[in-house]
Design a protein around this ligand. Structure first.
Ligand SMILES: Cc1cc2nc3c(=O)[nH]c(=O)nc-3n(C[C@H](O)[C@H](O)[C@H](O)COP(=O)(O)OP(=O)(O)OC[C@H]3O[C@@H](n4cnc5c(N)ncnc54)[C@H](O)[C@@H]3O)c2cc1C
Length: 220
């Protein structure tokens, strides 16, 4: 299993038994998420964290956006970035307020980005983005034209360092509290997609493609 190096930057100190540094664990968390939060420090030294869509191409995290956006221009300019991804899997109710928690999978990634300039590489990255959103979409929807390509920046961030932290299981109470008549346990939580809502301007006879139906049926 390939591991990220563990340095002073990414070493999980608080509850280290929940940490993982292998790419398999980190990338599963990255790939399962629809969005990430990109942390960056601006020219004025002030940190900003911006939520956005991401995709992954091997060991590179991809971001895309308007060529005029600060997010794209800052992340594409080689500054240090920290990207976080979080899934909440459940509420953990303990007998004491102190020990309430959540089950989660989270990843913190570090790297410096650059703009993808090569038109073919840019198009390939957009395909990865679209297919991550919903597999089958790239070949079905109209693909970007030259004007749209010009208006879009793609940033590739080689993931230099990363850590995952995962909490599973029930509450851990203080021994005397197990005698309390307080319900304790986990309320599991998952993200589900709802029923399809057809666009009001859909042409007559255009029905949802199989890849959309199966995506919703699988509850991905
Ligand atoms: C859904 C959720 C809810 C949480 N709620 C709380 C809360 O209420 N209070 C609280 O104190 N903590 C909470 N945590 C844990 C929190 O993310 C931190 O791990 C913890 O606060 C320790 O932070 P630190 O900077 O002291 O960690 P350190 O262990 O000092 O961090 C060192 C390095 O470890 C890595 N790291 C730290 N935390 C994570 C992480 N979660 N995922 C991946 N890598 C990580 C980073 O690279 C970081 O720079 C929660 C986490 C999640 C995902």
């Amino acid at each position: 299993m390939t591991q990220f190096s563990v340095t002073d930057t990414n070493r999980v100190r608080r509850v280290p038994k929940r940490a993982a540094y292998d790419k398999e664990t980190v990338y599963a968390i990255v790939d399962a998420a629809l969005i990430c939060h990109v942390g960056m420090v601006g020219e004025d030294g002030r940190p900003t964290v911006i939520p956005t869509i991401h995709a992954r191409d091997g060991d590179n995290l991809l971001l895309h956006g308007a060529s005029t956006s600060r997010l794209m221009n800052h992340t594409g300019a080689g500054h240090d970035l920290c990207v976080t991804i979080t899934h909440v899997d459940g509420l953990v109710l303990a007998r004491s307020v102190f020990h309430h928690s959540m089950n989660y999978r989270s990843a913190v990634l570090y790297g410096k980005g650059s703009l993808i300039e090569d038109p073919a590489a840019k198009m390939a990255a957009l395909a990865i983005f679209t297919e991550k959103l919903i597999p089958g979409r790239w070949d079905d929807a109209r693909q970007p034209n030259a004007t749209e390509m010009k208006a879009t920046h793609i940033v590739s961030i080689p993931i230099d360092l990363a850590a995952a932290k995962v909490r599973t299981g029930g509450p851990v109470d203080d021994e005397p509290d197990y005698d309390l008549d307080v319900w304790a346990g986990v309320i599991p939580m998952e993200t589900v997609f709802g029923e399809l809502i057809a666009d009001g301007r859909l042409k007559n006879g255009v029905t949802p493609p199989d890849y959309v139906r199966s995506f919703v049926a699988k509850g991905e």
